[in-house]
Design a protein around this ligand. Sequence first.
Ligand code: F6R
Length: 590
Amino acid sequence: MCGIFGYYSTNDDDSAFEVIHKGLKRLEYRGYDSWGISLLQPGGIKTYKTTDGLDKKPDKPAIKANTGIGHTRWATHGKVTKNNAHPHFSTDGSFVLAQNGIVENYLELKGFLSQQGYKFTTQTDTEIIVKLIEHWRKKTPDLEQAVIKAFKKLKGRNTIIILTTENTIIAIKNGSPLTVGIADGAWFFSSDTLSFSNRTDKAVILDNGQMAVLDDRGLRFKEIATGKVIHKKPENLDHKQSKIDKEGFDHFMLKEIVEQKNAVLEATNYSLAELKPLLELIGHSRQVFTLGAGTASHAAGQTAYFLRNIAGIKAVELASYEVSSFAEIFDKKTVVLAFSQSGETADSLEAIELAKSSGAKIVSLVNMMGSTMSRESDLEYYLRVGPEICVVSTKAFTGKVAWGYLLANSLRGKFTVTKKELEATSSKLGSFLKPKLFSQIENLSKMLVKKEHIFVLGRGQNYYIAKEGALKIKETSYRHAEAFSAGELKHGVIALIESGTPVICIISEDEEKQNMLSAISEIKARGGLVIGIAKKDHKLFDKFIRTPELGGLDSLANVIPFQLLGYYMGKLQGFDPDKPRNLAKSVTVK
Ligand code: F6R
């Protein structure tokens, strides 16, 4: 996680602090434990660090500069303190460095450096990189060479950015993302293109093992394995991605929940010709694995369900972090369908690398343009649901599920009719996402927020929705919510049900309805408090939330009450739903 940002300007603007602060604000989803900005001054580099949020910008940054780097941290090594905040200074003050990633061999490197007499003043793994560069610099005075030598010693996914007193910015990518935005007389180094999309739509996206150097000779790129200069053509960015505004909503989370009605159409805005390569690939395959982590894994699960049940495809969902135990069964006739909002999730990237090495074909569905995952895929599709700023994923989930539904139906020759169905779904979601629903859920939240444990049950098309629903409650309300297949109840879970235990049950008008009602009877017999999420009320329900009839896409409506429960239960306790504790949106570490 963590976000890095650099700014270099040859214009007479002195605004580096402002520009970097704004950039970090847009990268805040990557971590918000602390932040720091280093600026180049006539007398050397000046650094400002704080554990206060980015909203608390110092009144007087006092420093005017046109070059600098910044970092917003999600703590991995070392507590959340000002001292551990990046950027970190070299001993002689000639450069500062910030990192996005983890130095996996940091203990080994620290041991080596300690033996050489280096002293450490922070608890971070990043300081190891600084000292390692200093070590190599003793052998080669050329900083660029020392940086390359040090970088090659690091294990893990690390992207670093360096600012020197020579007015140079050096950045290297391995694993974690790195992009360079190019405007007139101004350059932006960042973990994503969104953070500078207000300034330019031209960017170079670096691949692993590549380095960017910017100094008074201009911007150049190098392959770090060979040291050779490489030519990289700037890409034109999709400006739709740059709309970052709460648009009157209190939080991004609520705005993005409401935007789901559009996400259904945006994510499926593909022609049959555009889907054709994927349809053919799946048609010629032996097996399909869908994968992702967290919410993306739930969307992967739902898509595998659609592929099996709608298209009769042998499809199985895998959690990215459990993929290694499947390595033996990947082959050239395997298709891996990877889901990710960010396209930078380390677990998912490692999973696709592993599958790729066994000859599997990789297809990705990602929201962020130019992500590592998209670049590493044989076929890439984009969600195009616009930026998802809230750390908790909502509209990206809906987009992925809608896309999976279109894919499964297209495999069955039902592309055109499904496109029509999606339009109707979007409009029904629009009518569902109204103040009446919000106040109903807010009221329910007042009751649920007092409960220590909440259980969620679903089956069939609602199994992954139950899992996603429980996750939404946990993430923003910090209440324990656990999802099970209703079939699991009598195999042990029922021991947890006592008088007043809230159990949220998701029911569709399908072949699982009777099984769900049987499970509910068993819960009621033990005094459980049943909240039904269904099309029709039932005498067994203590509380009832009516969801619209969406046929094969019921899943999309059924997840919304959980997203709203998480939102209101968090808000009622005074938590910020956009920035839940301990979480970051882009999980670029394992
Ligand atoms: C939950 C959430 C996470 C992400 C997961 C994967 O609300 O946001 O569980 O879904 O970390 O992230 P992406 O989709 O970027 O691969």
